[in-house]
Design a protein around this ligand. Structure first.
Ligand code: FRU
Length: 484
């Protein structure tokens, strides 16, 4: 049974952002100070800092000439935006990519004493595209010898030419140890309806190793932003997980990220099966990739995504900025009845955000702010439902019923900027829900069932912040935690 403490915050204590122009600005998710953002790029950890670069159009709130914006965090919770890292140049605008710490200076872009951070990105040449070319996407390098503060482009760009394929982008580079014990750089690249694997000794010279994906998995749209990650299964065996974002064709329409679990050897990825699996069943999680160069003692795979969907990202009702990142998440493998799946738990650092905690026993409670975490145990019948509401009668409903976990944003406020936005999004969950964690911010909800065994991420634009939560059924040990 829930404990009998009564929620002590009163209506007068509720804190909301006083600036109405900024009413949708999240309290603890990263957003650019101004302008447009899409995919996270170049995620790399160095000297105690998590770097987050991102697709950025600084001069407009819609997509346009892409730059790499830049932010850093020491704790994954508070982010400091830094000057733009990469600007378009004569070879093109700067599309998505990754960054690695070249500790042995294999690229010779730094020195052995001061190794470089190297960014590997896609050049998108719109002039060539407009002129009717199809080979307008190539891969280039930039490097930093001051731990990411300032960046120079490599003089002999591009390092990987286009073989005559329109969609040829989003290089994710990682260092691998080959079967013979030698270290090598591996690039996973999105190539239309598949991924290709390239190998390099020095980040400058790349050779094709193999490819994967044609006719396998979901293909409702073009494949983008791949990531190939070694990961331990719960039984200790070594697996490889391939994340592939795809737009459109996601389970909730528009953009989404699928994944494959299998083995990777000699440039060949072999999936254990061809089942279609989604990283997040909500409508608003795209283009997520993992951090490189995490210290081994962190013993985790750290990931972040873009919290929007290409179906409506450019018309959401924010004014001076558009889009936020998801919460940083720790991804790992777990086993359901003999099938391996990928789980995404909120990064442990998020617990540092917790301010006052309100254990509650009433079925209806006020929220202390617009930035809260709601925690609960699911009672034995494996069904639950709760509803958030404001004084305008707007509502957000979250439930598990008949094996379906649902976030219903049909009545969640401003929805008419896109014909499909007002919808209920469901995900099948055949195994038992034991606990939930819900993260609410000014314009988002992230639902983690069983610490991320099933996740739904959704953006929302309530005309006035959520003020009340009603626990309808199936939840015990309820706690509301103020994160602001
Ligand atoms: C994914 C994507 C990438 C591309 C970038 C352009 O959202 O389309 O494939 O590199 O955005 O901004």
């Amino acid at each position: 049974m829930a404990s009998l403490t009564i929620l002590s915050c009163t209506q007068q204590e509720i804190k909301f952002s006083p600036n109405t122009l900024e009413q949708f600005r999240p309290g603890y998710h990263f957003t650019p100070a101004k302008g447009w953002m899409n995919d996270p790029n170049g995620l790399v950890y160095i000297d105690g800092e998590y770097h987050l670069f991102f697709q950025h159009n600084p001069d407009s709130t819609v997509w346009g000439p892409m730059h790499w914006g830049h932010a850093v965090s020491k704790d994954l919770v508070s982010w400091e935006e830094l000057p733009i890292a990469l600007f378009p140049d004569s070879l093109g605008t700067i599309f998505s990519g990754s960054a690695v710490y070249d500790t042995e200076n294999s690229s010779e872009l730094g020195t052995k004493e001061n190794p470089p951070l190297v960014a590997i990105f896609t050049y998108h040449n719109s002039l060539q595209e407009k002129a009717g070319a199809i080979d307008f996407q190539t891969q280039g390098l930039a490097y930093s010898v001051d731990k990411g503060k300032t960046w120079s482009k490599y003089a002999a760009n591009p390092v990987l030419l286009n073989p005559g394929i329109r969609d040829f982008r989003d290089p994710k580079v990682t260092q691998i140890t080959k079967e013979d014990g030698k270290k090598s750089w591996l690039m996973t690249l999105a190539v239309k309806d598949k991924v290709q694997f390239y190998e390099s000794p020095d980040l400058k010279n790349w050779s094709l190793l193999g490819e994967f994906g044609q006719g396998i998995g979901a293909h409702g749209g073009v494949w983008e932003c791949p990531d190939l990650i070694p990961m331990k299964a719960p039984d200790g065996s070594q697996k490889w997980v391939l994340l592939v974002s795809m737009n459109p064709g996601g389970p909730q329409k528009g953009s989404a990220t699928q994944y494959f679990i299998g083995d990777f050897k000699h440039g060949t990825f072999t999936p254990d099966d061809t089942m279609i699996r989604w990283l997040d069943y909500g409508p608003d999680n795209y283009a997520g990739v993992t951090w490189s160069n995490l210290p081994a003692d962190q013993d985790r795979t750290l990931w972040i995504g873009w919290m929007s969907n290409w179906d409506y990202a450019q018309v959401v009702p924010t004014t001076t900025w558009r889009s936020a990142t998801t919460l940083p998440r720790e991804i790992s493998l777990f086993d359901v009845d003999g099938t391996l799946l990928l789980k995404s738990a909120p990064a442990r650092e998020l617990e540092k955000l917790r301010k006052t905690s309100y254990p509650i026993s009433k079925t209806e409670s006020l929220l202390p702010s617009s930035a809260v975490e709601i925690l609960a145990e699911v009672s034995s019948d494996d069904q639950f439902s709760l509803t958030l509401s404001n004084e305008l009668g707007e509502e957000l409903a979250i439930s598990k019923e008949m094996g379906l976990v649902t976030i219903d944003r049909r009545k969640s406020g401003k929805t008419n900027f896109n014909r499909d936005f007002a919808a209920a999004h469901s995900a099948p969950m055949s195994w038992k829900a034991e606990s939930i964690r819900i993260f609410l911010d000014a314009s988002s909800v992230e639902l983690f069932v069983n610490e991320g065994e099933l996740v739904l991420t959704s953006i929302l634009f309530p005309s006035s912040p959520w003020k009340k939560v009603k626990f309808n059924q199936g939840l015990d040990e309820l706690k509301i935690v103020d994160l602001q």
